[in-house]
Design a protein around this ligand. Sequence first.
Ligand code: AKG
Ligand code: FE2
Length: 340
Amino acid sequence: MRLITVEGMTDAALRTLESSRLEGPALVQYHCSDAEVSEVASLLEEADSAVIDQNSCQLAGISLAARLPSRLAELTLLTRSSPLIDGLVLKGLPRGAISDCSTPTKHGDDRLLLGFEMLALAIAMLMGQPMSYATQQGGRLINDIVPLREDSAVSNASSGYLHTFDFHTEDAFMCIPPNFIQLACVRNPTNTPVTLSGLSPTDLEPDAMAALRSPSYRIGVNPKQSGWGLSLPKDPRPVVEGPATRPRIRYNAANTVAVDEGARGALAALRCALSENSLELPLADGDIAIIDNHRIVHSRSPYEPSFAGKDRWLLRIVSYRDVEALESRLDPSNPNTLRP
Ligand SMILES: O=C(O)CCC(=O)C(=O)O
Ligand SMILES: [Fe+2]
């Protein structure tokens, strides 16, 4: 994994990305300027005082996306379109009114949406079509990644804080996983990073790579998405796909099962490579990370919440490049919701 700090979409930045192209996925990091912070702060103020709910958030998100500071929009669109960039971290955005709210203690309540949530949604809209899952957090488009007491002992769940959430592609078990996952940091008092990793073309021996590219793996559902259990791909599938110089991964360390011994050995080699290539991304208040979900896997270590209202709180939004491919899963009464 490479983390490359840029000052904008400059030729020098693109040359750096091009020259290190074969060294594995590239994450671009940009620190917002004071002028951008104050521009976004006034957009947030407006959105914070508007009444925005699950039904009106699509239009409100589009209207905010159209008014984003140009450099932020350019970097986001470049991340969507350039094969040289696999993720973007926008650092130091303002949070508006959400910074005074307590961290939610349950999933899927029907509270109104605040400015920072709309900012996250606007950026996700530039990346593709944000979609929600009928099976997750009450079908909300913007999920709360928070510790939940009742899930403390659940491993491989974002709310299961006592356990590691091991490396995974978001919703890897689905026939069509989302293209991008976005994590927007409301607060992170324990400085618990999201750990990222990916593959460069030369990380694995040719035999292991060939096994990972063969249709020899089944991925089970996550504990929090058990509703999809009957809608998994029927046949085993590859874990690695795409061009040799830019491999794509569909993987979940917790529940990827290989059909034979050779495929199992390759999976162990993949696990080693991912752990060697890992990069800790410490998300601070107001940071927004966009991750190409086919190029970069993510994980989270255990952490200790205090349940006094100010625990770690990220917003998660997934987006898809191609909604038509999802047709059979669209909820007829809500075209931005997917169901098993
Ligand atoms: O809590 C995190 O840093 C990441 C959690 C996660 O994997 C997710 O929300 O999909
Ligand atoms: Fe995840």
